[in-house]
Design a protein around this ligand. Sequence first.
Ligand code: KDO
Length: 329
Amino acid sequence: SLSTLAMAAVLGVGALLSPLAQAQNKVTLRISTPAVPDDWHGKMWTVFKDTLDKSAPGEFDVQINLNATLFKQGTEPAAMARGNLELSSISAFDIAKLVPEFSIFTAGYVIRDPQHQAKVFAGPIGQEMFKLATEKMEVTLLTPIYLGTRQVNLRDVRDVKTPADLKGVKLRMPGSKEWLFLGEALGATATPLAFGEVYLGLKTGTIDGQDNPLPTVRAAKFYEVTKQLVLTNHLVDGIFIAISDKSWKAMTPAQQQKVQAAANAAAAFNNDNRIKEEAAIVDFFKQQGLTVTTPNVDAFRRQVQGAYATSEIAKSWPKGMLERINATQ
Ligand code: KDO
């Protein structure tokens, strides 16, 4: 009997394409992220997929992999450069490994609040830095998103007013030079650990604390295994929806436009919900029995800014960039 392909050739392609062949015609977009399903930057990928399914029905096969099930946290940029992964949300810390200039966005107490962050990234600074990253990385940054403002979260209650009060505290940070620098600048003993291992580390006491934005402390249930939040506000954190150049360049301009629009919709969903949640979330932790304290934030700011000012990290920042960020209103 005739094979499906031979029949298709005789009768005209398209009409007889098997479901498999149709699937093969779709643009596959594999997403990998350590985000947990209940966090906004986990849920936003459903918005991304739905937006794309509506704007380009049948054109894309969007595969969402949360909880770092496809690639380990921090390995996504390399996987995208190799063409093994199409999409992820990557941090300034991930980007800084390949583009040291980007480490300015890993520094504590530089970006002041989510509105400041949005203005910095939407203006000329964002354009210059995105261009630099895209040139050096084989990855295209589609849009920044607000990950939230990072706070210190401790296993046991301590009186924390200044960085000196965190002396000897084993504070878990993600594993890279820039993250560990931030943890040490806060006065703690920075201990590297992947995000997926933090819950158990807190539970068993291999670490004394961790830092994350409060919506993530809720979504990853860290409040179940910690007793205190110290509202240091030390990093207004951003991540970036990024796509592998291999995938991006293979798309038609119309497809690129649709993917960009879907990324924008996902980012807006994350930003709106996260900012709203952050404004009201402290009560939730109090109800869970956590002690929520406000330290001397000026003391933390002074120490952290001082540590960066004299650091190797700051030597890679483009000249005048810190001043330009500070001057952005
Ligand atoms: C974390 O590991 O603490 C962190 O918040 C770092 C971020 O850059 C980002 O990778 C995030 O985890 C994950 O998306 C999980 O929320």
